[in-house]
Design a protein around this ligand. Structure first.
Ligand code: ZN
Length: 158
């Protein structure tokens, strides 16, 4: 997997939600997302990955952990086509509204870095209008649905 330059991962330490102390679980979570900055992970997937990193936490704890990171704006909550809640790295505010592509076959999600700057620029007037109307905590979630190359061409035919 190619590693795109995401400003978030350039920071040497994984930021923590205010009031949260660094634990083995938060460090393992940070390492997990820094290794896969484009991952959108479900609670069971994170639980399995933390377990593999030697941190045993139950799913309720994993959910609470992810929920706190999401509440602090460090992770972004997404619901995939199978109604599974997934968490992806968030960037700052609506500037980080990276569009994503979700495959309806395998439910994998791909974050689309290309073109996102232009899309964000296009959304800015809309968000400004909403903010001026008094709406707060605006978040943009752009999802493209389709079939990924692997599902569309399972034989590998070009
Ligand atoms: Zn697919």
């Amino acid at each position: 997997m190619s590693t795109p330059s995401i400003p978030f991962t350039a920071s040497p330490s994984w930021p923590l939600p205010p009031g949260m102390r660094a634990t083995r679980a938060t460090r393992a979570l940070g390492a997990l997302y820094q290794a896969q900055p484009q991952a959108t992970l479900s609670v069971p997937e994170v639980a399995v990955a933390l377990d593999a990193a030697g941190v045993q936490v139950n799913r309720v704890t994993v959910y609470r952990l992810l929920d706190r990171f999401a509440a602090a704006g460090l992770l972004q909550r997404q619901i995939d086509g199978a109604r599974v809640t997934r968490f992806a790295l968030a960037t700052q505010g609506y500037d980080g509204a990276a569009p994503r592509f979700e495959c309806g076959g395998c439910h994998r999600q791909f974050r689309l870095a290309q073109g996102s700057a232009r899309m964000q620029a296009a959304l800015r007037p809309l968000l400004r209008t909403l903010a001026q109307a008094g709406h707060e905590n605006l978040a943009v979630d752009i999802a493209v649905h389709g079939l990924c190359a692997g599902c569309a061409h399972p034989e590998g035919a070009a």
